[in-house]
Design a protein around this ligand. Structure first.
Ligand code: TZP
Ligand code: MG
Length: 220
């Protein structure tokens, strides 16, 4: 069945926010997030596992879904809601065999060729980007721009499309209008730890207007 995604998909970053994953998840949920990804390229697996367990407890208490970046083992061990895999992680089909059919599997793509191949894989959503320049990811792939993303949106079939990379208050509406179902956002939501809840609710409000007023112009 097609996965129903909220308009925003925040991703945690402990280095940028200076907060634990659990601390970020609590604030993101306070702001209205219902699907959150834990991303951690720095911690040892044991540390990430411990942090993810705490974050998952908070998510469960509030009915939010939690996706683990990269680590199928941690997602499996904690019975998280899903895992997010990239082009160099373990193959999606292998992850699917381990996790079963109910667990969400998201998959990162960075160009049309990868997106086309992904359409035949057992994934629940396709991520595409970086749409805009980003300084959050180390060694990011080349910026795709919105035109390439629109082409993916029209050719991918029914898979939900998550746009990622450099998404801000300024451009998020444009991204959804160009065909993405959801925006995955790190810096704009979590870089200022004092404003995580506020930023999340503000972006949700900005994007929920889209379905009500499709012709709204971009914020000035
Ligand atoms: N994959 C492509 S761009 C990116 C990832 C993980 C980082 C997105 O972070 P930000 O701060 O929203 O640009
Ligand atoms: Mg990965």
């Amino acid at each position: 069945m097609r996965l129903d995604l909220p308009k925003i998909y925040p991703i945690t970053d402990t280095r940028l926010s200076g907060l634990s994953h659990a601390g970020q998840v609590a604030r993101l949920i306070e702001g209205g997030a219902s699907l959150i990804q834990l991303r951690d390229k720095l911690s040892a697996p044991r540390e990430f596992y411990r942090e993810a367990a705490a974050a998952l407890q908070i998510a469960r208490d509030h009915g939010a879904r939690l996706i683990i970046n990269d680590r199928v083992d941690i997602a499996l061990a904690l019975k998280a809601d899903g895992v997010h895999l990239g082009q160099t992680d373990i193959p999606v089909a292998a992850a699917r065999r381990l996790l079963g059919k109910e667990t969400i599997i998201g998959f990162s793509t960075h160009n049309m060729e990868q997106a086309k191949l992904a359409a035949n894989l057992p994934v629940d959503y396709l991520a595409f980007g970086p749409i805009f320049p980003t300084s959050t990811k180390e060694n990011p792939e080349p910026v795709t721009g919105l035109v390439a993303m629109s082409e993916v949106a029209t050719s991918k079939g029914s898979l939900p499309l998550v746009a990622i990379g450099g998404i801000t208050f300024e451009n998020a509406r444009e991204v959804l209008k160009a065909g993405a179902d959801t925006v995955a956002v790190i810096a704009e939501l979590v870089a200022d730890p004092r404003k995580i809840a506020e930023n999340t609710s503000r972006m949700l409000a900005l994007l929920s207007l889209i379905s009500l007023m499709p012709n709204l112009s971009s914020p000035g």
